[in-house]
Design a protein around this ligand. Structure first.
Ligand code: XMP
Length: 556
């Protein structure tokens, strides 16, 4: 039976609290030393490649490739005004692919500044067709759709875009329309069997390619993107974690001044990195709040406390709200209802703790670039399929705090690199995603103390085996689920009627889609054996072999 609800208790943890000291501390100190040296010598000048989004499923991939080459880029809407983009110090423009046809009414086109700003331009697929159409060339519906692998042959006229590449290249195509006549001043650079004009250029930095260099199937696609960035646009490789930290710390200092900042820590990498950046910028003006909702994995609250105390040395409010969450969850079975209850309870506790801190001016959030792109895309209604974003119910809207979102333009892997740069332990930097509502949505049916204990013990075994077999970093997520089913089993001479635990392990690219991981049979066997032996009440273990779609990653 759940115990009587108690009021939330919290205490301020200071750096001098006597918690166990780990070797991380030493590494963090060394990192900090290297970092300040690097900062002293780095000159920060952020150049931007603008990616105009025509709605391709690959736009985000283009951005990732550019960033991987240490060049900053932003995905912008196709009708973005020049005044907005000029301040980003643009060095070149990439026009993305997209599902439309340029001759359809209302087909999205590039804004006129793209052709007037004297910037290098690379049109990819639909982007190339838009460029051709807008500059007076001719695009037509092809007789045959070209989809999949093709071989690109370069014409004799070489261009810096293809510098150092083979004359014949395997490329990835996905288009119906094709170019039949380049615009005046442009000439064909390459062809495939189905596209006589598969790449064009004007010799002055305006380029178009029919294939997708951003996908892995275009084997030398990265070299083509690099040629555009460095040989055509003249970019330098300044988008590095060191420069990002230097710049962001300065920006936060300017924004915050003498104000006070709060930040909710979830135990995940995003809030950890966001908090660490703010702390580096304004030190004790930051107070972090960590709400223990009782729905975390085994030893997680302790680990979060330890890490933050040692690394960040932040003012940390630890709110032990386990009982109030459990009381609120009593009798709740429906997964959406659970999310709502956990979200509301979080806001209540966070609000209460924030109120006790005194005057607060800013709230730090670990919003990432994919979330920003998703909301932009939703506004622009360009992309067809979007993942619903379901965060911890959001933070109090009535707080009237100004937002600090230092990770707003970063992809997850970049956040991890910044985390490493800031000296966060690998364990935290590479932590697999964990849902805001925690274990409550990994227990099917009502959440009770007893079920939480069963799930924690089973999850511990899964983690132990996955980590012990060096599989952790290859997986997007791996965890145990307490299914709502019981089944008959036999232990010794006795019939049992126990819980069924499901093991879920998936590979994924940012959770949009996922595939079940082909875990080695031996690992699965050990997980099953250990769970049924070590976790009282469980007599059966199953492995989930559903991909997303049609399944989701969590069971709920
Ligand atoms: P699904 O289950 O929809 O989950 O395939 C996609 C990814 O999102 C994570 N997830 C959440 N993350 N707050 C979060 O921050 C949440 O409420 C939440 N729910 C699911 C899930 O673990 C997976 O990585």
């Amino acid at each position: 039976m759940p115990q009587e609800p108690k009021p939330t208790t919290s205490h301020r943890v200071t750096a001098s609290d006597d918690l166990e000291v780990s070797a991380y501390l030493e590494i963090a100190k060394q990192k900090a030393g290297q970092e300040s040296q690097a900062q002293a010598t780095s000159s920060v000048s952020r150049e931007t490649i603008l990616i105009i989004d025509f709605g391709s499923q690959y736009s985000r991939l283009i951005a990732r490739r550019v960033r991987e080459s240490k060049v900053y880029c932003e995905i912008i809407a196709h009708d973005s005004p020049w005044e907005d983009v000029a301040k980003l110090n643009p060095k070149g423009v990439i026009l993305s692919g997209g599902p439309a046809s340029v001759y359809e009414t209302d087909a999205p086109l590039a804004p006129s500044w793209v052709f007037d700003a004297n910037l290098p331009v690379l049109g990819i697929c639909y982007g190339m067709q838009a460029l051709v159409h807008q500059l007076g060339g001719k695009v037509e519906a092809g007789k045959k759709r070209e989809f999949g692998h093709a071989v690109l042959h370069q014409n004799a006229s070489s261009d810096p875009l293809f510098h150092g590449l083979d004359q014949a290249l395997p490329v990835w195509m996905s288009h119906g329309d094709r170019i039949v006549q380049p615009p005046p001043g442009f000439y064909a650079l390459a062809y495939t069997d189905n596209s006589p004009i598969a790449a064009i250029g004007n010799g002055q930095g305006m380029l178009g390619i029919q294939f997708h260099p951003e996908v892995v199937h275009t084997a030398q696609g990265k070299a083509i993107i690099d040629n555009f960035l460095f040989r055509v646009c003249g970019c330098s490789r300044t988008w590095t974690p060191t420069n990002f930290v230097t710049e962001t710390v300065r920006e936060i200092q300017d924004q915050v001044g003498k104000g006070n900042v709060i930040c909710a820590l979830s135990g995940g990498v995003d809030s950890a990195v966001a908090a660490m950046l703010v702390h580096k910028a304004v030190g004790d003006q930051l107070t972090c709040i960590f709400v223990n909702n009782g729905l975390m994995r085994r030893e997680e609250p302790e680990r979060v406390l330890n890490t933050f105390q040692k690394y960040l040395k932040v003012n940390l409010v630890y709110a032990d709200a386990v009982e109030s969450f459990m009381t609120a969850l009593e009798g709740v079975v429906d997964p959406e209802e659970k999310r709502k209850v956990v979200g509301e309870e979080f806001i209540r506790v966070f609000d209460f703790e924030a109120g006790r801190i005194g005057k607060v001016d800013f709230l730090t959030q670990g919003t990432l670039y994919p979330d920003v792109i998703e909301s932009q895309t939703e506004e622009n209604k360009i992309s067809a399929k979007i993942k619903t974003h379901h965060n911890v119910g959001g933070l109090p809207k009535n707080m009237k705090l100004k937002l600090i979102e230092p990770l707003r333009y970063l992809f997850k892997d970049e956040v991890r690199n910044v985390g490493l740069e800031l000296g966060l332990p690998d364990e935290m930097v590479y932590r697999q995603p964990f849902p805001g509502p925690g274990l409550s949505i990994r227990i099917l049916g009502e959440v009770t103390y007893e079920k939480l204990e069963v799930l924690r013990a089973a999850d511990w075994v899964v983690m132990d085996e996955i980590k012990g077999n060096n599989l952790y970093r290859d997986l997007w997520q791996s965890f145990a689920v307490l299914t709502g089913t019981r089944s008959v089993g036999v232990t010794g001479d006795f019939r049992t009627y126990g819980y069924v635990i499901a093991v879920r392990a998936v590979t994924s690219d940012e959770a949009m889609t996922a595939d079940w991981a082909r875990l080695p049979y031996d690992t699965l066997a050990r997980i099953s054996n250990r769970i049924t032996n070590e976790v009282p009440g469980v007599n059966r273990v199953v492995f989930d072999i559903t991909s997303k779609p049609p399944g989701t990653i969590e069971w709920e």
